[in-house]
Design a protein around this ligand. Structure first.
Ligand SMILES: [Fe+2]
Length: 131
């Protein structure tokens, strides 16, 4: 999946993060479907999970900086999603690589929900401000 202009949340740094996240999901899909080693696939997955957490922290820090009213709700959404991703990864790393496609579909869907349902809520308030 590709980032599209309508995904823009009005904060350049976060648009960049979202592009990188889509890219990492793609890399994971490629690694998982082209017969790469388990170690390689696990390394891509780790990078994806780490970047997700870094991105969430960056968003929360900015919300805090400007006193965004939706911070608590957003924080909850972030920790819920981070847990889902981590659970999925634990399953994946513990066993069957045939779930690669499910995991890719989940990640792409999850990323779209994160951007379009949740991040769009802060667009008006944080858009154009300094991170
Ligand atoms: Fe985001």
């Amino acid at each position: 999946m590709q980032w599209k202009p309508e995904f823009s949340v009005g904060v350049e740094a976060f648009d960049q993060d979202h592009k990188i996240l889509f890219d990492l999901v793609d890399q994971f899909e490629i690694a998982g479907t082209t017969g790469k080693s388990r170690e390689h696939i696990a390394a891509v997955l780790d990078t994806l999970v780490d970047y997700t957490k870094t991105h969430f922290k960056r968003e929360e820090d900015m919300m805090e900086k400007y006193g965004y009213a939706g911070l608590q709700a957003h924080r909850h959404a972030h920790s819920r999603l981070a847990k889902q991703v981590t659970d999925f990864c634990t399953l994946y790393e513990g066993g069957d690589t045939s779930i690669t496609n499910d995991l890719v579909a989940f990640m792409n869907n999850w990323l779209q929900i994160h951007i379009l349902d949740e991040d769009m809520d802060y667009k008006e308030f944080l858009g154009g401000k300094e991170v």
